[in-house]
Design a protein around this ligand. Structure first.
Ligand SMILES: [Zn+2]
Length: 152
C-alpha cells in the first residue's frame, strides 16, 4: 500500500454552540489539513497521485471556500447578522469542530475522485483530529454465521 500526503495551511474562524469551554467565543485558527491518499497501484510515472493534482483540486477549493471564512453551525444566531454584513461563511449542520472540518475536507476529496484514506486537521500545533472511513476488509472476508437455533 502506497500513501501520499499533501499538507495545506489555511486560516479559519469558528465558535462552538452548546459548549462550555473557550471555543464558545468567536475566534480563529491557523489550521493545517493533511490529506492522505492511499492505493496499491502507481501510474506510469511511478506516482500514486501527483502532488500537483491534489493541490489543484483540494487546495484551490480550500482557498476558495474555507480560508479566511467563519465556520458556524446552521442554528448559530450570529448567522443572519454576519450574512447581512457580507462575511465569508461556511454553514455546517454540526458544530464546526476540527473533526467536522476534517470530514468536510474528506468528503470533498472523495467527491473529486481522489483515493483519500484519511484527512487530519491540525487546529493548533498540539491538537489534531482526523476522519477516515472504516476499511472494507471485513466485507471481503467470508462471514461465518453462528447457528441461531431457538429450539429448546
Ligand atoms: Zn477553535
Amino acid at each position: 500500500m502506497y500513501t501520499v500526503t499533501k499538507v495545506i495551511r489555511f486560516c479559519y474562524g469558528h465558535r462552538l454552540m452548546d459548549y462550555d469551554g473557550k471555543c464558545r467565543y468567536l475566534h480563529g485558527h491557523n489550521g493545517k489539513a493533511e490529506i492522505e491518499l492511499a492505493g496499491d497501484k502507481l501510474d506510469k510515472c511511478g506516482m500514486l497521485r501527483d502532488f500537483e493534482e491534489i493541490k489543484r483540486t483540494i487546495q484551490v477549493w480550500i482557498d476558495a471556500e474555507l480560508d479566511h471564512s467563519m465556520l458556524l453551525r446552521k442554528d448559530d444566531p450570529l448567522l443572519p447578522m454576519l450574512r447581512k454584513s457580507g462575511e465569508r461563511l461556511v454553514v455546517m449542520d454540526q458544530n464546526p469542530t476540527a473533526e467536522a472540518i476534517a470530514r468536510l475536507i474528506f468528503e470533498y476529496a472523495v467527491s473529486q475522485g481522489l483515493p483519500v484514506a484519511e484527512v487530519r486537521l491540525w487546529e493548533t500545533d498540539l491538537s489534531v483530529a482526523s476522519y477516515r472511513r472504516e476499511r472494507a476488509t471485513a466485507a471481503a472476508r467470508p462471514v461465518r454465521r453462528r447457528s441461531t437455533s431457538t429450539a429448546a
